[in-house]
Ligand binder design. Structure first.
Ligand code: AN7
Length: 403
């Protein structure tokens, strides 16, 4: 296992393991894996290890000393009832709610916290719309590290907040949104107060690559036509693209899927720039959406995400809060799978793109559903209708069923 950390913009090699951006050009960082030892092998050779993040350890920048909760290995559901409803040939859902803390973040955190331990860091921290903090808190507990999480005030879903507190993190809400919290945590990282495990840490996307490795593995090394992601801070879609680029270069797959990103209409800086064919974007000042996980106006990996989309002939689209909630409930009631609002953005985006004729009905599509429905019980209850209450008699219940 050998690798280099480089600036994704200017290519400069980065030696200092505590940097979160290029000292020359301020660009995003990326891990460049040396995969030459895998040339001439097959991804089937990895199948002696169980499905999950560490099946792919030969493609990850961590040797021994893994901090793991057995993350990954999530279901790839073939959703034929929802496919019929939307009118598309095949719709599969990668259900990331089945991870240890209920979101895809665990894939990045097993690698990121392993890296923190390798570096001898004692305090880890992040800014978060919720899921990153829940995940980091759990992995920090497992590794015996102190954990500090910065949350935007007010807009964090209850399940995520409860998790971060439960796992013993120091939970601090800042007077501002996620973008403000990220700015502050970067400053704390630069001053050496903590080791930052947001996805601008290039080890995080390395773990998140495995989401796409698993999809292709579960499809017996067929590549779907399209993979659709909800997009917030924008690292996850980039990680998937990076993953399959690596496999393409190894000759393990013979085509790339079309990477497609979905943002919530109230926080859609990347959709705006995609509409104008731009490689960079202008931040949105006051992002707002029911999908609080992706309530992010200044996505730190935005340029990387746009590259993933442009390079594979994809699209970036926006959906309304109403479309998100409709998709969330339809999915639950057609397929028996519960996802949080941000996750349902990928489904809502597919529906919209099919209706607009921008996605062909002949495609085989994978939607990535990033987090579990239990993360945000308040939004469920607000959209569910009334709870029925009766006397404890069979007759009263019979009446209630009839009404
Ligand atoms: C359920 O937890 O940014 O585009 O701080 O929780 O890689 O940011 C969460 C993001 C999608 C977007 N779905 O992923 C955080 C945070 C869910 C999420 C995203 C998030 P990125």
């Amino acid at each position: 296992m050998s690798y280099k950390v480089r600036c994704w913009e200017c290519g400069r090699e980065i030696e200092n393991p505590l940097l979160d951006a290029c000292p020359s050009c301020n660009g995003n960082l990326t891990v460049e894996m040396d995969l030459s030892h895998l040339k001439g092998t097959s991804p089937r050779d990895l199948r002696s290890r169980p499905l999950g993040v560490w099946r792919y350890q030969d493609l990850l920048p961590i040797g021994s000393g893994q901090v793991t909760l057995q993350e990954g290995g999530t279901p790839l559901y073939d959703c034929d009832r929802l496919a019929d409803e939307y009118g598309v040939r095949q719709l599969m859902v990668k259900f990331e709610g089945a991870n240890p803390t209920g979101s895809f973040k665990d894939r990045g955190m097993t690698v990121g916290v392993s890296r923190a331990v390798e570096l001898g860091c004692k305090v880890v921290g992040c800014a978060s719309t919720g899921n990153t903090s829940a995940s980091l808190a759990a992995y920090a507990a497992k590794a015996g590290l102190k954990c500090v999480v910065l949350l935007p005030s007010g807009k964090v879903a209850l399940g995520k907040l409860a998790q971060a507190m439960f796992f013993g993190a120091k939970v601090i809400t800042v007077n501002g949104n996620f973008d403000d919290a990220l700015r502050v945590v970067r400053e704390l990282s630069h001053s050496g107060d903590l080791y930052m495990l947001n996805s601008v840490n290039p080890f995080r996307p390395e773990g998140q690559k495995t989401l796409c490795y698993e999809i292709v593995d579960q499809m017996d090394f067929q590549v779907p036509d399209r993979i659709i992601y909800p997009v917030g801070n924008a690292a996850n879609i980039w990680a998937g693209y990076k993953a399959l680029k690596e496999w393409e270069e190894l000759g393990w797959i013979d085509k790339m899927p079309i990477f497609t990103g979905v943002q919530a209409g109230g926080s859609a800086p990347l959709v705006n720039s995609f509409a104008h064919g731009q490689e960079d974007f202008r931040p949105v000042k006051d992002p707002e959406t029911v999908a609080t996980a992706i309530r992010i106006g200044n996505p730190a990996s935005g340029k990387k995400a746009l590259k993933a989309v442009y390079d594979t002939g994809g699209v970036m689209t926006a959906v309304s809060d109403r479309e998100i909630i409709e998709a969330q409930f339809l999915f639950g009631r057609k397929e028996g799978v519960g996802v949080e609002p941000a996750s349902a953005a990928s489904l809502a985006g597919l529906k919209r793109l099919l209706d607009e004729g921008k996605v062909s009905r002949r495609e085989r599509v994978v939607c990535v559903c990033t987090g579990h429905v239990l993360k945000d019980p308040d939004t469920v209850m607000a959209n569910c209708g009334q709870l029925i209450k009766t006397e404890a008699t069979a007759e009263a219940v019979r009446q209630a069923i009839k009404n």
